[in-house]
Design a protein around this ligand. Structure first.
Ligand SMILES: [Zn+2]
Length: 228
């Protein structure tokens, strides 16, 4: 206090207010309303030693792990650029192996608002194609809303031919990343690499951008619906 008094007494009159004014300006600039960020964790399936569904022709096409990563990075960019007050976390941003436990740990530790795991499908019947959405439990309102928003966006592009929603009951088994994540979570199968036409589409920059945009719009719908 003494220092302040001395400064006050010693300062010529016009300068007395400089220091308090600067302090006030600093406080005003640094004060911002505390608004919680909307946290999205995107999990590109597989990686490293685990290629996922393999490319039919490695000279022409990528394996599932690489397609998932490319689409996930596109989605992360769209969200970071176009959705205000959003924090995006990728469980992996390079070709590295991650266990399922590590993926869930990242999402739970980040206290994510939503978790999206991105995969490509495969089936011995090569005519089967389309997107598919997996959730743990259809009774979870938020997960169900998120999956339905994704389904609606995929269906707007007729050729995506969404196969709709499946939960652990209709699937007959649990999926680790959905079972243990503590937030609304959807595993998105973005198409079948076993289908010739879809493999080509999923490998194209255009196809990847269309899919990432559809997912972006679904996340935006979710955020607006829950006013986050
Ligand atoms: Zn997969």
């Amino acid at each position: 206090m003494l220092v302040v008094k001395k400064f006050w007494a010693a300062s010529p009159k016009p300068f007395r207010w400089i220091f308090p004014c600067m302090l006030l300006a600093f406080l005003l600039i640094s004060w911002q309303p505390v608004q919680k960020k909307f946290v999205v964790v995107i999990d590109p399936g597989h990686g490293g030693k685990d290629p996922g569904a393999e490319a039919s022709n490695t000279k022409k096409y990528d394996h599932e792990k690489d397609i998932c990563l490319k689409v996930s990075i596109k989605l992360a960019d769209y969200l970071a650029e176009r959705l205000p007050n959003t924090k995006v976390i990728l469980t992996r941003s390079s070709d590295k192996f991650l266990s399922l436990e590590e993926r869930v740990f990242i999402a739970n530790a980040a206290k994510a608002n939503i978790f999206l795991s991105i995969h490509c499908n495969s089936n011995p019947i090569r005519s089967i194609h389309g997107t598919q959405l997996h959730l743990h439990d259809k009774a979870s309102k938020e997960s169900n809303f998120l999956a339905k928003s994704l389904d609606a966006e995929f269906n707007k592009k007729a050729r995506r031919n969404s196969k709709g929603l499946q939960d652990s009951r209709s699937r007959g088994h649990d999926l680790y990343v959905l079972q243990y994540s503590e937030m609304p979570a959807v595993l998105v199968e973005i198409g079948f690499l076993s289908n010739q036409e879809e493999e080509k589409y999923l490998n194209s920059d255009h196809g990847q951008a269309v899919i990432a945009s559809a997912m972006f719009r679904a996340v935006r719908t979710y955020k607006a619906h829950y006013k986050m």
